[in-house]
Design a protein around this ligand. Structure first.
Ligand code: MN
Length: 239
């Protein structure tokens, strides 16, 4: 784009995330989400295959606070608590040993919100997951914590509760693909860029949310959140 380029309408401002302890904000690029990356049962075999990954648009990322909108087109709106990795330096074919020292900018706690009924339909039909995963506001995230402040959390609790009752709890040490291997794996499939976020997968205990539910969760040493699920939006009435 040159100085002469004329946009047909103003470009939208970038989606940004707050940074803990700073007035600067993190510009969000792409949002990658990893499928099964914890054992959901003790006897589950460790998969050797690369887990599934999918994407959400950058503007699906919203601050994890206040009201959590109940999305349209679902009756099975589900929570998935996840460690979020923020990429500060991009690359492809990244060596796992270089992921932490060179490429990770920081960490956050995020929700990979899911319209589970649409995901089941997509699995059965062999269709894409976007209707289940890539809806408005589907990726709430706490403020990012720079590596300089939190280091690299190889262990620590990942948890979520609804109305004070715990539903998900695991330890980061249980990630089947730990962050260095996960980022390296992804970089063999796509060129990672500064600003990319990676939602690293959710432990067992995913479940539905109802209007009025209070959702709390977090990642130890990284961030915590509390959100209240909004009432159902009034259906759009054609004139
Ligand atoms: Mn997920």
């Amino acid at each position: 784009m040159t100085a002469m380029t004329k946009l047909v309408f103003p470009a939208p401002a970038p989606t940004t995330l707050a940074v803990a302890g700073s007035t600067a904000v993190f510009p969000v690029g792409r949002v990658y989400c990893i499928g099964r990356n914890y054992r959901w049962s003790p006897d589950e075999a460790v998969p050797r295959e690369m887990p599934a990954w999918f994407m959400k648009p950058a503007n699906a990322v919203v601050p994890a606070r206040g009201v959590l909108a109940y999305p349209p087109a679902t009756s099975d709106f589900c929570h998935e608590i996840e460690l979020v990795v923020a990429i500060g330096r991009g690359g492809r074919d990244i060596d796992p040993a270089e992921v932490e020292p060179l490429h990770v900018w920081g960490y956050a706690a995020g929700l990979d919100l899911t319209r589970r009924d649409l995901q089941q339909q997509a699995k059965q039909a062999g269709g894409p997951w976007e209707p289940a995963k890539a809806f408005d506001g589907s990726a709430p995230c706490t403020p990012l914590v720079p590596v300089a402040a939190c280091g690299h959390p190889g262990r620590g609790a990942v948890w979520l509760a609804v109305n004070g009752l715990e539903r998900q709890r695991a330890d980061l040490a249980g990630l089947l693909w730990p962050v260095p291997e996960l980022v390296a794996m992804l970089s063999r499939s796509v060129t990672l860029l500064p600003g990319d976020l990676i939602y690293t997968g959710t432990p067992a205990g995913v479940g539905p949310l109802q209007p009025g539910d209070v959702v709390t969760g977090g990642v130890a040493g990284i961030g915590e959140f509390c959100m209240t699920v909004a009432g159902l939006a009034t259906p759009h009435q054609p004139p």
